[in-house]
Design a protein around this ligand. Structure first.
Ligand code: GSH
Length: 219
């Protein structure tokens, strides 16, 4: 069976992308959770991941690390419909994933993923506003051409890629136009995302690097 090594569900945005992709595609896998910034992570990660990072997908003797590579492997081996069937749409979806992979640094830096927290308004600045505006424009273009509810109609790789952004929009209570709020909610309401959120809320680890706005409990 496939195995997916992930970090904390509360904090690990890259892990969420691969996990949600597999769950929403109905592909069975065993989950191995290594809490970030712990001695356990440091001791065990090198047995799974050559990059020392999560997520990493293990398929028998095959190791696939880095989210984009995992996304491509899963689509190629198990479900090609995770990318749009139309070549032009596929190119657009891939461009969006690539832009997410390498961009939106203000949003990622100011708004670390923190699924269980509610931190309305914190971290907002002009650079975050620019990133949000870009997301709104990009999402709107895809949604208006597909008719939704997901960017290219049905749930796909590109929606898994934006799931951590949807989670951040909820945590930091980003004010969004109605159509974009509906897309955020479509992601948050998937069975996979609900299960991930529930599990994140059960976690008790506090990772200081991902918590610029709160003190560790009890301090
Ligand atoms: N480009 C990588 C980024 C992966 C990444 O940064 N993962 C973080 C957790 S979200 C990690 O493993 N951090 C642990 C560390 O760097 O020690 C990907 O797309 O998978």
């Amino acid at each position: 069976m496939l195995r997916l090594v992930i970090g904390n569900k509360n904090y690990s945005s890259w892990s969420l992308r691969s996990w949600l992709l597999l769950v929403e595609a109905g592909i069975e896998f065993e989950e191995i959770r290594l809490p970030l910034s712990t001695p356990e992570f440091a001791a065990r990660i090198s047995t799974y991941s050559p990059s020392g990072r999560v997520p990493v997908l293990l398929d028998g003797p095959v190791t696939v690390w880095d989210t984009l590579a995992i996304t491509e492997y899963v689509a190629e081996r198990f479900d090609r419909t995770l990318w749009p069937m139309d070549a032009v749409d596929r190119a657009r979806a891939r461009s969006m994933c690539a832009e997410m992979h390498s961009g939106f640094s203000a949003l990622r830096g100011q708004w670390p993923m923190n699924v269980r927290a509610s931190l309305p308004g914190l971290g907002w600045n002009l650079a975050v506003e620019r990133d949000v505006d870009r997301l709104v424009r990009m999402w709107r273009e895809a949604l208006s051409s597909s008719g939704g509810p997901f960017l290219f109609g049905r749930f796909g790789a590109v929606d898994a890629y934006f799931a951590p952004v949807a989670a951040r929009f909820r945590t930091y209570a980003a004010a969004l136009p109605d159509d974009i709020g509906a897309y955020r909610d479509a992601i948050l309401d998937t069975a996979g995302m609900r299960a991930w959120t529930e599990a994140a809320c059960q976690e008790s680890e506090f990772v200081a690097e991902d918590e610029p706005y709160r003190r560790p409990p009890g301090t």
